[in-house]
Design a protein around this ligand. Sequence first.
Ligand code: URA
Length: 208
Amino acid sequence: MEDRDGMLQELKSQVAQCRRCRLAQTRSQTVFGEGSSVAEVMFIGEGPGYQEDRTGRPFVGPAGELLTRIIERGMGISRRQVYIANLVKCRPTVDMKMVRDRPPDPEEVQTCTPYLLRQIGIIRPRAIVALGSPSMKYLLKTSSGITKLRGTWGEFNGIPVMPTYHPSYVLRNGGEKSPLRRDVWEDIKMVLEKLGWPLPVLHSGGDR
Ligand code: URA
């Protein structure tokens, strides 16, 4: 029987040693990704931020809290049932002082994504949610913007890809009450439909 957990563990050890690009000089540690090795849905973000770099786990800062709510309240499943990863495994910052985050540049994406490809190849999800523009551009090989393509299915190596807004973008544009949250919810509903999963019942408050 194939040992997906073992393969992911081995890859994680390789990533932890990686010094292929300059991000290795400023990271505290690599952020490999986490979740179920048999996940049917994978979420792919940009790259680690401050808190991810500190903890070694993806999406644990404010954007991560929103993503967790999208998964748990919006999809009705636990975060442990999905797989969460990033395009790049080390935190990109504006300068060596490591104060401000930035998106990974094209060279960093090119250097790092063989690791992501391997993760996708091991997990073989039935659907991928591309969180934000860099992830969407890489997976769908497009130069279109996220506002244009969100809510429409694309494909990566035969796997359906749903682009949606990055949780940080939602938080920057209205926070908890952002109107973009409705768009994200529409996109997530399409993922649930594609997977044949039921829409979760809301028990209180009614706010996803
Ligand atoms: N933003 C991302 O794209 N990834 C993380 O892991 C955290 C914030």
